[in-house]
Design a protein around this ligand. Structure first.
Ligand code: UTP
Length: 294
């Protein structure tokens, strides 16, 4: 029987150099999209996908993440004494969201290395991984879409997206064959090979891996085995390539719109689109944008 995925790992120990100087003293994961930190979107996606436990892998200078998901007695007391009930509810809803535990990555030695740091808290069970700078707006949460595939095949599943050739070398890229699924052959793939950040000319396809994974615990053995790869880092893509020798891995072209909020351009696009969708801001913000007469 397929074991239920109860845990989601959030690697959040990267240096966030593309957002310096903002990330000099503040984690990238705490950058707000409108008024909510990036990582909270991911945590809410995990919760809405049926995950019960969150494991955040943090590094130096990341205490703001821990404080964000903790109870803030002083703030709650202040809001209560000022009768700010709505704000109090917002603050409490964050700490009440879900059970969160923390693992530490002392040095940013790569995404695969960060996932490996969560091994003791994950244990011997399947788990998911969410990179919170990939914001995915969809009717069915992206992680839920992957979990549906996992529950059918009992195999690791990666989120896939078609990307233009000019930007393919920023991603992990798969060589994959389509598989019939739910009456179509356009979303599910069986992975034949994976390569981290290939040159455009060497990319095996235009299918890039996006920051959502459902993994089985044997990935930890693979991550322990592989040498450092692209950028001198232990890459999750290389770990998956190693795992592919011993079990099938699937990729799923998810439904939804993805924003690369770890990059300035993607972050700005997400900010504008999320603000436009807000009931309390959208109409006024649209008027403002139109007034710019670009
Ligand atoms: P990125 O590739 O976006 O790297 O990591 P980064 O360091 O966060 O940002 P830049 O490129 O310097 O601007 C993808 C995800 O993997 C995590 C990051 O926190 C991010 O969520 N990560 C990366 C780690 O947790 N540890 C690492 O050693 C590397």
């Amino acid at each position: 029987m397929t074991r239920k995925v109860r845990k989601a790992v959030f690697p959040a120990a990267g240096l966030g150099t593309r957002f310096l100087p903002a990330t000099k003293s503040m984690p990238k994961e705490m950058l707000p999209l409108v008024d909510k930190p990036l990582i909270q979107y991911g945590v809410e996606e995990a919760k809405h996908s049926g995950v019960q436990n969150i494991i955040i892998v943090t590094g130096r200078g990341k205490t703001a993440i821990e404080d964000h998901f903790d109870v803030s007695f002083e703030l709650e007391h202040l809001l209560e004494s000022r009768h700010k009930k709505d704000l109090l509810a917002i603050v409490r809803s964050v700490s009440d969201l879900i059970d969160v535990s923390y693992a530490r990555q002392k040095e940013a030695l790569g995404l695969g290395h960060a996932v490996l740091r969560a091994q003791a808290l994950v244990g011997d069970e399947p788990f998911s991984v969410i990179l919170s700078d990939d914001i995915i707006d969809s009717d069915t949460p992206c992680l839920r879409q992957l979990l549906d595939v996992y529950e059918f095949y009992s195999a690791p599943v990666l989120a896939l997206m078609e990307v233009p050739k000019e930007s393919i070398s920023a991603y992990g890229v798969v060589d994959a064959e389509p598989v019939a699924h739910n009456g179509g052959r356009d979303r599910l793939y069986r992975i034949r090979n994976l390569v981290e950040k290939p040159k455009a000319a060497d990319a095996p396809s235009n299918l890039a891996i996006i920051g959502r994974y459902v993994l089985t615990p044997d990935i930890f053995t693979s991550l322990e085995t592989i040498p450092p790869g692209s950028g001198g880092e232990i890459q999750l893509t290389d770990g998956l390539k190693h795992l592919l020798r011993s079990r099938p891995i699937y990729g799923y072209k998810f439904e939804g719109k993805r924003y690369d909020a770890g990059d300035k351009q993607g972050f700005l696009q997400a900010t504008v689109e999320f603000a436009l969708k807000r009931h309390d801001l959208g109409a006024n913000f649209l008027q403002y944008l139109k007034s710019l007469k670009l």
